[in-house]
Design a protein around this ligand. Structure first.
Ligand code: TXA
Ligand code: MG
Length: 347
């Protein structure tokens, strides 16, 4: 199945990496913050049981304190240390997809402080499938776990390399562990079990159909309602570059770009189909082709958005992804990245 590619064998790290992980674990025990790689995006980690360390995460990210953090654990057998009243379906998903890009929202245990959950009685938990993250959790030991949101400022694009974290958070973080480019490139799928019925709060690395086939029952997809608003990734505007970004269907893409160039604007068109090949060249338009499959598209998306954001375009125009369910997480992130609350008032 699709998820198996994220499963990692026992960490196989160099002696130098092991030394860095030992140092990182010490920083975390002393209440510091460490950015570390996961298979999805880089996380900004702190000791879950240390409220002062957790506060540092909120300060560094400039994140509102009512937006809860995901807790990363090293082994599924630790799950009931951090959560309670765990439904069978959650155990089933954990044993199937962990380590991997799936976050389970469960009732929290008393070991999870209010500061981690924004006062909610639930907590998000996952085992990341990255050898560096797993080695760090192992070095911390079974009594500890890592609260870690994505290592970016609130509302901005998640980092998928150590260099992205360095650029965005730099000296604010005590240590950055470099584990290369993230394999998935989009955040984990978040699933809740409200009233026993599994519901996706954020589409991500594990697809809806993969979840349904393991549970052998339907999984709902939450829309932006008051139920999901506590998921910061569910805010309408999120994951955003500074350059305005618009999504248009393949059919309208080029005309919209031309209309902008007529106003003297420099436009980047980001496609996945071969639509660009049949268009006349235009000095104010540049075109970039993304991969036409969702896995590689997802791996590259955030890094490309960061790169394009620095390239002084007035507008980025993105071709709407295919409507196939395997593109759901990408469509979700692009919609939030392109959301502009003033759109309805303009024109
Ligand atoms: O792939 C990922 O999930 C990455 C890596 C680092 O693990 N983490 C990540 O964290 O994306 P963050 O904080 O950027 O996004 C986590 C989302 C937030 O939108 C948060 O509101 C939501 O998870 N969340 C956390 N705990 C929750 C809870 N108890 N109920 C509902 N949503 C929750
Ligand atoms: Mg985030």
């Amino acid at each position: 199945m699709e998820h198996t590619q994220y499963k990692q064998n026992k960490p196989n790290l160099t002696a130098e990496q092991q030394d860095q992980i030992t140092a990182a674990a010490q920083i975390l025990r002393e209440g510091g913050t460490v950015a570390f790689p996961t298979e999805t995006v880089y996380g900004l980690g702190a000791d879950v049981t240390n409220p002062d360390a957790i506060n540092k995460i909120y300060q560094i990210k400039q994140r509102p304190i009512d937006h809860p953090l995901i807790v990363h654990i090293g082994d599924a057998s630790h799950l009931d240390t951090w959560a309670q009243a765990i439904p069978d379906s959650a155990w089933q998903l954990a044993s199937h997809f962990w380590p991997g890009p799936l976050t389970l929202i469960l009732q929290r245990s008393r070991r999870i402080p209010d500061s981690v959950t924004g006062g909610q009685d639930t907590v998000g938990l996952r085992i990341p499938a990255h050898p560096v993250a797993l080695a760090l959790l192992e070095a911390l030991g079974p009594e500890k776990s890592l609260a870690a949101p994505s290592a970016n400022r609130f509302g901005r694009i998640s980092p998928t390399t150590a260099a992205h974290v360095q650029e965005e958070l730099g000296a604010a973080v005590d240590m950055i562990l470099d584990g290369g480019a993230c394999e998935v490139g989009l955040e984990s799928t978040i699933i809740s079990f409200h009233d026993q019925s599994p519901q996706i709060l954020r589409p991500g690395g594990i697809t809806l159909s993969a979840l349904e086939s393991v549970l052998d029952s339907p999984v709902l997809l939450a829309h932006n309602t008051s139920q999901t608003i506590r998921t910061s990734g569910s805010l309408l505007a999120h994951y955003a570059p500074a350059t305005p970004l618009k999504i248009y269907s393949t059919k309208h893409l080029w005309n919209r770009a031309l209309a902008l160039t007529a106003q003297g604007l420099r436009v980047l068109i980001i496609t996945w189909s071969d639509i660009g090949q049949s268009q006349p060249s235009n000095q104010s338009i540049e075109q970039f082709s993304m991969p036409a499959d969702p896995i590689t598209y997802g791996q590259q998306l955030y890094a490309k958005l960061r790169q394009f954001d620095q390239a002084a375009f007035d507008y980025m125009i993105i071709e709407a992804p295919p409507e196939h369910p395997s593109w759901l997480a990408i469509t979700d992130r692009l919609q939030r990245a392109s959301y502009n609350p003033f759109d309805n008032k303009q024109n």
